[in-house]
Design a protein around this ligand. Structure first.
Ligand code: GSF
Length: 202
Protein backbone atom coordinates (compact mmCIF):
# COMPACT_ATOMS: atom_id res chain seq x y z
CA UNK A 1 0.00 0.00 0.00
CA UNK A 2 1.09 3.63 -0.58
CA UNK A 3 0.62 6.63 1.69
CA UNK A 4 0.65 9.99 -0.07
CA UNK A 5 1.49 12.97 2.12
CA UNK A 6 4.03 15.47 3.37
CA UNK A 7 6.56 15.76 6.21
CA UNK A 8 4.70 18.71 7.75
CA UNK A 9 1.06 17.55 7.88
CA UNK A 10 -0.16 16.46 11.34
CA UNK A 11 -2.90 14.32 9.74
CA UNK A 12 -0.25 12.52 7.67
CA UNK A 13 1.85 12.10 10.82
CA UNK A 14 -1.12 10.49 12.60
CA UNK A 15 -1.41 7.95 9.77
CA UNK A 16 2.37 7.29 9.81
CA UNK A 17 2.32 6.80 13.59
CA UNK A 18 -0.49 4.23 13.23
CA UNK A 19 1.31 2.44 10.37
CA UNK A 20 4.44 2.18 12.52
CA UNK A 21 2.59 1.08 15.67
CA UNK A 22 0.73 -1.60 13.67
CA UNK A 23 4.01 -2.63 11.98
CA UNK A 24 2.42 -2.31 8.52
CA UNK A 25 4.82 -1.96 5.58
CA UNK A 26 4.06 0.83 3.13
CA UNK A 27 5.53 3.12 0.48
CA UNK A 28 5.58 6.82 1.38
CA UNK A 29 5.10 9.20 -1.56
CA UNK A 30 5.74 12.89 -0.88
CA UNK A 31 3.24 15.12 -2.64
CA UNK A 32 2.01 18.42 -1.23
CA UNK A 33 -1.42 19.53 -2.51
CA UNK A 34 -0.15 23.13 -2.41
CA UNK A 35 2.20 22.44 -5.31
CA UNK A 36 0.82 23.46 -8.73
CA UNK A 37 1.79 20.09 -10.21
CA UNK A 38 0.43 18.03 -7.31
CA UNK A 39 -1.13 14.70 -8.24
CA UNK A 40 -3.32 14.71 -5.10
CA UNK A 41 -6.45 16.22 -6.74
CA UNK A 42 -6.34 13.39 -9.31
CA UNK A 43 -6.88 10.74 -6.62
CA UNK A 44 -8.64 12.61 -3.79
CA UNK A 45 -11.48 14.85 -5.06
CA UNK A 46 -11.03 16.90 -1.87
CA UNK A 47 -7.43 17.61 -2.88
CA UNK A 48 -6.11 16.83 0.60
CA UNK A 49 -3.45 14.63 2.18
CA UNK A 50 -3.12 12.00 3.56
CA UNK A 51 -4.40 9.58 0.93
CA UNK A 52 -3.88 5.81 1.27
CA UNK A 53 -3.81 3.78 -1.95
CA UNK A 54 -4.38 0.05 -1.31
CA UNK A 55 -2.79 -2.75 -3.32
CA UNK A 56 -6.00 -3.14 -5.34
CA UNK A 57 -5.88 0.62 -6.13
CA UNK A 58 -8.72 1.44 -3.73
CA UNK A 59 -8.23 5.05 -2.54
CA UNK A 60 -8.90 5.92 1.12
CA UNK A 61 -9.25 9.37 2.74
CA UNK A 62 -9.46 11.16 5.12
CA UNK A 63 -7.05 10.40 7.96
CA UNK A 64 -9.80 9.09 10.27
CA UNK A 65 -10.98 6.62 7.60
CA UNK A 66 -7.35 5.65 6.94
CA UNK A 67 -6.42 4.94 10.56
CA UNK A 68 -9.64 3.00 11.24
CA UNK A 69 -8.93 0.83 8.19
CA UNK A 70 -5.34 0.24 9.31
CA UNK A 71 -6.31 -0.66 12.86
CA UNK A 72 -8.80 -3.26 11.63
CA UNK A 73 -6.43 -4.58 8.95
CA UNK A 74 -4.14 -6.48 11.34
CA UNK A 75 -4.96 -8.13 14.69
CA UNK A 76 -1.81 -6.88 16.44
CA UNK A 77 -1.47 -3.78 18.59
CA UNK A 78 -5.12 -2.76 18.47
CA UNK A 79 -5.39 1.03 18.78
CA UNK A 80 -9.16 1.20 19.21
CA UNK A 81 -10.94 -0.66 22.04
CA UNK A 82 -13.90 -2.86 21.16
CA UNK A 83 -16.53 -1.72 23.71
CA UNK A 84 -18.68 0.99 22.12
CA UNK A 85 -18.30 3.55 24.87
CA UNK A 86 -14.48 3.27 25.03
CA UNK A 87 -14.23 3.18 21.25
CA UNK A 88 -16.33 6.32 20.88
CA UNK A 89 -14.23 8.16 23.45
CA UNK A 90 -11.10 7.30 21.43
CA UNK A 91 -12.82 8.75 18.36
CA UNK A 92 -13.78 11.85 20.36
CA UNK A 93 -10.13 12.31 21.35
CA UNK A 94 -9.28 12.01 17.65
CA UNK A 95 -11.97 14.55 16.71
CA UNK A 96 -10.59 16.94 19.35
CA UNK A 97 -6.99 16.50 18.17
CA UNK A 98 -7.93 16.81 14.49
CA UNK A 99 -9.95 19.91 15.42
CA UNK A 100 -6.80 21.46 16.91
CA UNK A 101 -5.03 20.67 13.64
CA UNK A 102 -7.90 22.19 11.63
CA UNK A 103 -7.78 25.42 13.66
CA UNK A 104 -3.97 25.55 13.63
CA UNK A 105 -3.71 24.93 9.89
CA UNK A 106 -6.39 27.56 9.24
CA UNK A 107 -4.63 30.13 11.44
CA UNK A 108 -1.28 29.30 9.88
CA UNK A 109 -2.59 29.73 6.32
CA UNK A 110 -4.38 32.98 7.19
CA UNK A 111 -1.16 34.23 8.75
CA UNK A 112 0.64 33.65 5.45
CA UNK A 113 -1.68 35.97 3.52
CA UNK A 114 -0.49 39.51 2.73
CA UNK A 115 -0.81 41.65 5.89
CA UNK A 116 -3.54 43.92 4.46
CA UNK A 117 -5.66 40.87 3.49
CA UNK A 118 -5.12 38.98 6.77
CA UNK A 119 -8.26 38.64 8.91
CA UNK A 120 -6.97 39.04 12.47
CA UNK A 121 -10.36 38.19 14.01
CA UNK A 122 -10.48 34.95 12.06
CA UNK A 123 -6.99 34.02 13.31
CA UNK A 124 -7.94 34.90 16.89
CA UNK A 125 -11.07 32.74 16.58
CA UNK A 126 -8.94 29.75 15.55
CA UNK A 127 -6.40 30.36 18.30
CA UNK A 128 -9.30 30.46 20.77
CA UNK A 129 -10.40 27.02 19.63
CA UNK A 130 -6.86 25.73 20.14
CA UNK A 131 -6.69 27.19 23.66
CA UNK A 132 -10.08 25.74 24.65
CA UNK A 133 -9.23 22.34 23.17
CA UNK A 134 -5.88 22.21 25.02
CA UNK A 135 -7.69 23.00 28.28
CA UNK A 136 -10.19 20.19 27.61
CA UNK A 137 -7.41 17.75 26.69
CA UNK A 138 -5.51 18.58 29.87
CA UNK A 139 -8.61 18.13 32.03
CA UNK A 140 -9.49 14.82 30.37
CA UNK A 141 -5.92 13.47 30.59
CA UNK A 142 -5.44 14.39 34.26
CA UNK A 143 -2.48 12.36 35.58
CA UNK A 144 -3.16 9.33 33.37
CA UNK A 145 -0.22 7.77 31.52
CA UNK A 146 -2.20 7.83 28.26
CA UNK A 147 -5.30 9.57 26.86
CA UNK A 148 -7.43 6.48 27.44
CA UNK A 149 -5.83 5.56 30.75
CA UNK A 150 -3.04 3.02 30.90
CA UNK A 151 -2.50 1.93 27.28
CA UNK A 152 -1.36 3.64 24.06
CA UNK A 153 -4.28 4.08 21.66
CA UNK A 154 -5.32 6.00 18.57
CA UNK A 155 -6.17 8.85 20.94
CA UNK A 156 -2.45 9.25 21.76
CA UNK A 157 -1.50 9.05 18.08
CA UNK A 158 -3.93 11.86 17.27
CA UNK A 159 -3.19 14.05 20.30
CA UNK A 160 0.57 13.62 19.92
CA UNK A 161 0.38 14.60 16.23
CA UNK A 162 -1.65 17.70 17.09
CA UNK A 163 0.70 18.77 19.91
CA UNK A 164 3.70 18.18 17.65
CA UNK A 165 2.12 20.42 15.01
CA UNK A 166 1.78 23.24 17.59
CA UNK A 167 5.48 22.79 18.46
CA UNK A 168 6.30 22.98 14.73
CA UNK A 169 4.10 25.91 13.66
CA UNK A 170 3.13 27.85 16.82
CA UNK A 171 6.12 28.14 19.11
CA UNK A 172 4.41 31.20 20.72
CA UNK A 173 1.69 28.91 22.15
CA UNK A 174 3.45 27.77 25.32
CA UNK A 175 1.18 24.79 25.98
CA UNK A 176 4.03 22.90 27.70
CA UNK A 177 4.06 25.50 30.48
CA UNK A 178 0.29 25.95 30.79
CA UNK A 179 -0.42 22.20 30.59
CA UNK A 180 2.50 20.23 32.09
CA UNK A 181 0.55 16.95 31.95
CA UNK A 182 0.25 17.33 28.17
CA UNK A 183 3.98 18.09 27.99
CA UNK A 184 4.71 14.93 29.99
CA UNK A 185 2.51 12.88 27.64
CA UNK A 186 4.20 14.34 24.54
CA UNK A 187 7.68 13.72 25.93
CA UNK A 188 6.73 10.10 26.60
CA UNK A 189 5.22 9.67 23.12
CA UNK A 190 8.40 11.10 21.59
CA UNK A 191 10.30 8.16 23.06
CA UNK A 192 8.35 5.84 20.74
CA UNK A 193 9.99 5.26 17.33
CA UNK A 194 6.61 5.92 15.65
CA UNK A 195 6.82 9.52 16.91
CA UNK A 196 10.59 10.02 16.93
CA UNK A 197 10.72 8.98 13.24
CA UNK A 198 7.91 11.34 12.14
CA UNK A 199 8.80 14.74 13.66
CA UNK A 200 7.53 17.47 11.28
CA UNK A 201 10.29 18.93 9.08
CA UNK A 202 10.00 22.01 6.88
C1 GSF B 1 -7.80 16.99 6.80
C2 GSF B 1 -6.56 16.88 5.95
C3 GSF B 1 -5.98 18.23 5.58
O1 GSF B 1 -6.57 19.30 5.79
C4 GSF B 1 -7.86 14.52 7.33
O2 GSF B 1 -7.09 13.87 6.60
O3 GSF B 1 -8.07 14.23 8.51
N1 GSF B 1 -9.84 15.90 7.51
C5 GSF B 1 -8.63 15.70 6.75
N2 GSF B 1 -4.78 18.19 5.00
C6 GSF B 1 -4.14 19.41 4.53
C7 GSF B 1 -2.64 19.37 4.71
S1 GSF B 1 -2.18 19.84 6.24
O4 GSF B 1 -2.71 21.02 6.63
O5 GSF B 1 -2.06 18.84 7.06
C8 GSF B 1 -4.39 19.56 3.07
O6 GSF B 1 -4.21 18.59 2.33
N3 GSF B 1 -4.73 20.77 2.64
C9 GSF B 1 -4.88 21.02 1.22
C10 GSF B 1 -6.17 21.75 0.96
O7 GSF B 1 -6.46 22.02 -0.23
O8 GSF B 1 -6.89 22.03 1.94
Amino acid sequence: MKLIGSLTSPYVRKARVVLAEKKIEYDFELDSPWNADSGVPNINPLGKIPVLVLDDDTVLFDSRVIVEYLDNETPNNNLMPAPNRERILVKRWEALADGVCDAAATAFLEGKRPAKLRDKDWIERQRGKIAQALEFMSEELGENAHCMGTHFSLADAAVGSALGYLVFRFEDINWQETHPNLAKLYDKLMQRPSFADTVPQA
